[in-house]
Design a protein around this ligand. Structure first.
Ligand code: SF4
Ligand code: SF4
Length: 212
């Protein structure tokens, strides 16, 4: 596969790379494109060979649109193989988690909506209750799928999804792995407070950037 060329966008590159580095804790400037990570990524075929090295290159060259509109961000399975292989200890799974959140904050349409809805349902439930509440989480996830399928007039896809989930749920129930109780965490207020603090700090940063 020919190696793609990237156009350097100095205006967005600095802000984008700095934000991703700060939020993920990964030093992207250490990447020298050796592609050891690419060789081990198990989802490379699924993502059209969008591999960790290419994603990092997009970030440091400031390709904001490409960074949010690729399948690796949504289909990464967090196996951490890339981080294990990287001579500079760059963990792309952490970068992908941050990019998922940034894409949702920027209201970018994800390339794999179901993964985005799963992410939304998971984080919403975890923030509200301090841990994932399974009945709420699954209801929210399926509702979003239904709205998406209905807006695309794809009733067949919705029925297929429901059938799969019922089969999956029955198998889980058989193994006693389904929890219908409304479970919460003792530290849920602390978690909500931390998230609120982070959002306020982010809002302040955006306001400062707009004034500059
Ligand atoms: S293995 Fe590390 S240094 Fe090499 S391309 Fe991947 S992220 Fe960059
Ligand atoms: S953590 Fe994600 S990006 Fe890294 S090798 Fe695994 S699937 Fe690929």
């Amino acid at each position: 596969m020919p190696k793609p060329t990237y156009q350097f966008r100095p205006v967005t590159a600095k802000n984008l790379a700095q934000e991703v580095m700060k939020r993920s804790g990964q030093n992207l400037t250490a990447c020298y494109q050796c592609r050891r990570c690419a060789a081990g990524c198990p989802v490379a075929e699924e993502t059209g060979y969008m591999t960790p090295d290419r994603l990092i290159r997009m970030i440091v060259t400031g390709d904001r649109r490409g960074v949010f509109n690729n399948k690796l961000v949504w289909q990464c399975v967090s196996c951490l193989t890339c981080g294990e292989r990287c001579p500079n200890d760059i963990k792309t799974a952490k970068i992908n988690d941050v990019l998922k959140q940034m894409a949702r904050e920027a209201r970018e349409k994800p390339q794999t909506p179901k993964v985005a809805y799963f992410h939304d349902a998971f984080t919403t439930s975890a923030i509200r209750w301090g841990r994932v509440n399974e009945p709420e989480f699954m209801s929210f996830y399926e509702l979003k799928n239904f709205i998406n399928d209905a807006s695309e007039k794809n009733l067949k896809a919705f029925l297929k999804e429901i059938r799969q989930q019922v089969e999956f749920g029955a198998a889980m129930a058989k193994l006693r792995r389904l929890h219908f109780g409304f479970e919460t965490s003792q530290g849920r207020r602390e978690i909500r407070r931390l998230v609120k603090k982070h959002r306020q700090a982010k809002k302040r940063k955006v306001e400062v950037n707009e004034k500059c």
